[in-house]
Each structure stands twice: as structure tokens, then as C-alpha cells.
Design a protein around this ligand. Structure first.
Ligand code: GLU
Length: 413
């Protein structure tokens, strides 16, 4: 798990640099950095063993000048206000960079979802909505899945909110399809990672087919990224889960890995594959290293072992600022989170639009529109980076900050 200070400073540093280069006043910088509203609630539930347990829940609404607050809900034992605040700011910049009409927010509950039963998770989620419902809504703040949450949890949010306000599928995205979820939402973040890598490879002139990728994390994001990259001809040579990593120099049998993981709950002892340590995985020589697990995965301590040409941030804030400096000195190109993992919120936006219009899109339309938006954003970021001689992260932050500032200006504050 990341040091919170490091995660926070990735955002803080990049935003300060962007504001300085854009010539923004301290007040504008402050307005872009601070959140509009921060909510904390305590949530008591009776566990299956009859004992009372109390969890803390958070929602930080960062900015809504460009549209309703939008962002995921994270269930993880290390969730706290500081982390949620940081991730909420990232969402404001992510939606602005994608130029979709939404703001930024993030929420979380400090629980370990793996140690709770399905009934306990449902109770916790419903109680959270009971405490939070006045502050969320289809035109106010729209939640979505993040680390430790999934479609069923989004379904409970929809159900609890709708019990108060009437049928309101647009209050949350990433729902099950039969409750108004969108085709293509589940794979969207991982697919988006592959689309962005494709866009970068095209601009850099290097062939994507035959390139190698190493993915840290085999959850929803890492797994879909692996399949989509394979479809683009990339050799995925290693993936990991929280316990172990698997390596195959000629490319992994991804279908076999998924089957094994579903049957045994682990990536250990998969037929025809070699297990390696997490440290060995990060040190593998590859074209694309893709951290797709938690924030703060690449730090000063392990950065010198990395052997990749590009680092693609599929997770939010996986690289600490000192590790970023070290990578840039070695000419490793970093594709920043607000571009690389934006596929999820883009298809969330499509889901919201479909819910508001009461009309479902076919998968080909979702995929086509996702490609259009992501290729456009990747192109804008790479052009600005090239023209201004700045990193991809700096370019992405500048484009996003300008869009939020322009919206704030237009509202007259
Ligand atoms: N949790 C995802 C993210 O960090 C998706 C958010 C959303 O769809 O609103 O981008």
C-alpha cells in the first residue's frame, strides 16, 4: 500500500507545475486543488456472528463546474479521507481531460471486503446510501466501482437510492446489465489501457505487434488489459495477483490462467507456467510495464530494478514522485493514470447517458465511442507534450486544468 504522502504529492506536484506554467494565480491554484465538499459517516452493521462492527465511509466531491460529481467507491482497509480526497481530485482532471460533461469525486469505506460475507457487504452498502443519499443523485454525484467494489455493490446502491427517490438507475454506473448497466463497462478500464497503448505506439512509430507487456495485478483492470493487448498482438509475458506472479517468456495462456484462478482462487501452480516473485515481475525486461493494482507500487526502493521502455499507469497513482524522476532520467516514458485508465469513467458516462435516455446502446457503439474519445485524448496529450517539451503527465494536467479553469471562469465563480 502506498505511503499516502507520496500518492498525494504526485497529484500536488503535477497540479502545481501545471498551474505555474499556465500562469494561474494562487487563488485559482487553490480552487483547483481543494475539494468542494468532504463527507464522513460512521456505518454500524450487525455481523453474521451477531457482533456489532462500525466502519467509516467517505465521499469527497472535488469539482462540479463541468458536470455532476463523478467517481468510484473503494472498499479497502487503508481507505481514509486523505486518500479519497487525492483520488477525487484525479477524477476531476480525468473527466476534464476526456472532455466529458462530469466533475470529480471519490468515496470509500475502510473495510476489507474479502473478510465480509455477501449479506454483510449488502448491509454496509445499503446503510452507506442511507447516510449519503441527500448528497448523491443522477444530477448531483454518481458513484461507480473502484478497488474492492463491483457490479453487485452498484446494484445495491441503485436499489437503496431508488427506494427513496423512485427508479433512478443513473445514480450509479457499473451496474449489472439487467439493472441498466452498459455493455462494455466491465472491460472498459482494461480495454482503455490497451487503446491508449495502441495510440502511443502508433505515434512513436513502433509496432505494437510482437511487443511485450508485464502486468502487475490480475483483477478487473489487469485481466481485461491482458486480453485486449493480446488481441492487438502484444505478448503478455507476466501477470500477478496479491500472492504471486506468473511468467512465460513466449506469452501466457491467459484463458488457462483465468480458469485456474476461478477454480482455485490463486495463480499458484498453473500448468506450464513458472511462478516468480513480485520483485522479479517488476524487474522483467519488457516494452510496457503496467501497474494495475494499488497506488504507490513503484517507489524509490524498487524503481532501479525496473527494465521497461514504457510505464503505463493502469492503477491510480502507482508511481511515487521520486520514482517518476528516476524513470524520466532513464528515458522511460510514463503514460499517466488520468489518460491510461480513463476508459472506465468514459463508459460510465455512456451508461449514465443511456440511463437518462432510457435507451441501451449496443456494444459496437460503446466500443466505437470509447475508441474515439481515448484516441483523441491520447493524441492531444502527445501533441502538447511534443510541442511544449514536457512529460505526458504534465501535458495531461495542463489540458485538464485549463478545461476546469475555463468552466469555472464561465460560471463566474
Ligand atoms: N473508479 C474508476 C476510476 O478511478 C471509474 C470511475 C467512474 O466510472 O466513475 O476512474
Amino acid at each position: 500500500m502506498p505511503s499516502k504522502t507520496n500518492t498525494l504529492s504526485t497529484f500536488t506536484n503535477a497540479l502545481s507545475t501545471a498551474c505555474e506554467r499556465l500562469g494561474y494565480s494562487d487563488s485559482i491554484h487553490k480552487l483547483l486543488a481543494l475539494s468542494a465538499r468532504e463527507i464522513k459517516v460512521e456505518i454500524p452493521i450487525v455481523r453474521d456472528n451477531g457482533e456489532l462492527a462500525v466502519f467509516s465511509g467517505y465521499r469527497v466531491q472535488h469539482h462540479n463546474a463541468r458536470g455532476p460529481y463523478k467517481g468510484g467507491l473503494r472498499y479497502h482497509p487503508k481507505v481514509d479521507l486523505e486518500e479519497v480526497r487525492d483520488l477525487a481530485s484525479l477524477m476531476t482532471l480525468k473527466t476534464a481531460l476526456m472532455d466529458i460533461p462530469l466533475g470529480g469525486a471519490k468515496g470509500g469505506i475502510d473495510c476489507d471486503p474479502h473478510s465480509l460475507t455477501s449479506r454483510e457487504l449488502e448491509m454496509l452498502t445499503r446503510k452507506f446510501v442511507k447516510r449519503m443519499h441527500r448528497h448523491i443523485g443522477p444530477e448531483m454525484d454518481i458513484m461507480a466501482p473502484d478497488v474492492g467494489t463491483d457490479a453487485s455493490i452498484m446494484g445495491w446502491i441503485h436499489s437503496e437510492y431508488s427506494a427513496i427517490y423512485g427508479h433512478s438507475p443513473a445514480v450509479v454506473t457499473g451496474k449489472p446489465i439487467n439493472l441498466g448497466g452498459s455493455q462494455g463497462r466491465e472491460k472498459a478500464t482494461g480495454y482503455g489501457v490497451a487503446i491508449v497503448i495502441d495510440a502511443v505506439a502508433r505515434t512513436r512509430g513502433g509496432p505494437l505487434s510482437g511487443a511485450t507487456a508485464v502486468i502487475q495485478g490480475f483483477g478487473n483492470v489487469g485481466m481485461h488489459a491482458a486480453f485486449c493487448l493480446r488481441d492487438l498482438g502484444v505478448k503478455v509475458i507476466a501477470v500477478s495477483d496479491s500472492r504471486t506472479a506468473v511468467y512465460g517468456k513466449d506469452g501466457l495462456d491467459l484463458d488457462g490462467l483465468v480458469k485456474h484462478k476461478q477454480e482455485r482462487g490463486t495463480l499458484e501452480d498453473v500448468d506450464g507456467h513458472r511462478n516468480i516473485s513480485h520483485e522479479e515481475l517488476l524487474a522483467l525486461e519488457c516494452d510496457y510495464l503496467i501497474p494495475a493494482a494499488l497506488g504507490g507500487a513503484i517507489t524509490r526502493k524498487n524503481v532501479d530494478t525496473l527494465n521497461c521502455r514504457h510505464l503505463v499507469e493502469a492503477a491510480n497513482a502507482p508511481v511515487t514522485p521520486d520514482a517518476e524522476d528516476a524513470l524520466l532520467k532513464r528515458n522511460v516514458e510514463i503514460v499517466p493514470d488520468i489518460l491510461a485508465n480513463a476508459g472506465g469513467v468514459i463508459v460510465s458516462y455512456f451508461e449514465w447517458v443511456q440511463n437518462l435516455q432510457r435507451r441501451a446502446w449496443p456494444l459496437f457503439k460503446v466500443d466505437r465511442e470509447l475508441n474515439r474519445i481515448l484516441h483523441g485524448a491520447a493524441h492531444d496529450v502527445m501533441s502538447r507534450s511534443h510541442d511544449e517539451g514536457i512529460t505526458l503527465r504534465a501535458a495531461a494536467y495542463e489540458i485538464a486544468a485549463m478545461r476546469v479553469k475555463d468552466a469555472l471562469d464561465a460560471t463566474g465563480f
